[in-house]
Ligand binder design. Structure first.
Ligand SMILES: [Zn+2]
Length: 317
């Protein structure tokens, strides 16, 4: 197809602790992956660290870099372009894309990290065959994203798709930082929630290891009974959340990603059982619940693809 862009672009995934970046070459492969710790940086230092990372990759590229995309752990106000709300990054009120374009002198595309992850799954991963897809990423918190007719749906201003905050229990546990709610999906199925449940159940951490969601997943995969039961319970809560999403969106695919997904089927199987029992027969019959394909690389890849697609839009205009 003549108008599929294949320019070399850079994709950056900016989380609360680390930034990860890579080149997306014309052949569709991510190259020169790099990572930097950004926890504790102030606004200007953070923007400089991002620009430095992109410039380093640009020097390593074998062809000119045409654009850069950023998936960031932040909501972006679509009307103003300002970073609007973030739990961990000191960029609220920053016109992020404009600030990076000024530093980099290439077109910049920016979006929420979960939206970028779903874009990667939509274009080349677990949602490639879907017209309507929803994604949940189970990490420290729970990210969410929605794709309708092959495009990311962001709501009226860019705050849509926060699927981790659908409410499952009015009197449930308090949600994570940045959310005033209780009993949100996130408070039952995040890595943090899994770690809290494991601590309460007395799951012992091996010496030198913190009891976090990744460790509980690891123990469950090793056959540890309590850890297995906790993941089963997580899967059942996840299934309840997915039932609501099925009733709202009637998706072809529900993609589940994020760090907890190392334990994939241990909780997806109970989630599917809840969906089979509680979702309406018409919408529930065809929906597929699948693990994400790109794992920790989805944010970078989606950001790079978004940069490329934005470029194609500009060329066409
Ligand atoms: Zn919440």
């Amino acid at each position: 197809v003549a108008n599929v862009p294949t320019e070399c672009v850079i994709g950056v995934d900016l989380g609360g602790t680390n930034l990860k970046a890579a080149l997306l070459a014309g052949d569709g492969a991510l190259r020169c992956e790099t990572r930097r710790v950004i926890a504790g940086l102030r606004t200007a230092e953070l923007l400089d660290a991002l620009a430095d990372t992109v410039c380093e990759l640009r020097e390593r590229a074998r062809e000119p870099v045409a654009a850069a995309g950023f998936g960031i752990a932040c909501l972006i106000d679509e009307r103003s372009g300002l970073a609007a709300s973030s739990t961990h990054l000191p960029i609220v009120g920053v016109p992020f894309a404009a600030a990076m374009e000024e530093r980099l002198a290439v077109p910049v595309r920016v979006d929420n990290d979960a939206n970028m992850a779903l874009l990667a799954e939509l274009r080349a991963g677990a949602a490639a065959d879907a017209r309507v897809a929803v994604m949940l990423t189970l990490g420290t918190g729970v990210g969410g994203a929605i794709a309708l007719d092959g495009e990311i749906f962001r709501g009226a201003r860019g705050a849509g798709g926060e699927l981790g905050h659908i409410v499952l229990d009015r009197d449930g546990p308090p949600c994570g930082p940045g959310c005033p709610g209780r009993g949100c999906l996130e408070s039952f199925v995040s890595g943090s929630a899994l770690a809290r449940a494991a601590a309460a159940a007395g799951v012992p951490a091996p010496a030198g290891r913190a009891l976090d969601g990744a460790l509980v997943s690891e123990l469950a995969r090793g056959g540890e009974e309590v850890a297995l039961a906790l993941l089963r319970s997580l899967g059942e809560w996840l299934g309840l959340g997915i039932v609501s999403l099925i009733n709202v969106f009637d998706p072809d695919v529900v993609v589940v990603g994020g760090g907890v997904c190392e334990a994939g089927e241990l909780f997806l199987e109970p989630a599917r059982a809840v969906v089979a029992e509680r979702a309406g027969a018409f919408a529930g019959a065809h929906v597929v619940i699948r693990q994400a394909r790109f794992g920790a690389r989805a944010g970078m890849l989606g950001a790079a693809l978004a940069a490329r697609e934005a470029l194609a839009g500009r060329v066409a205009a």
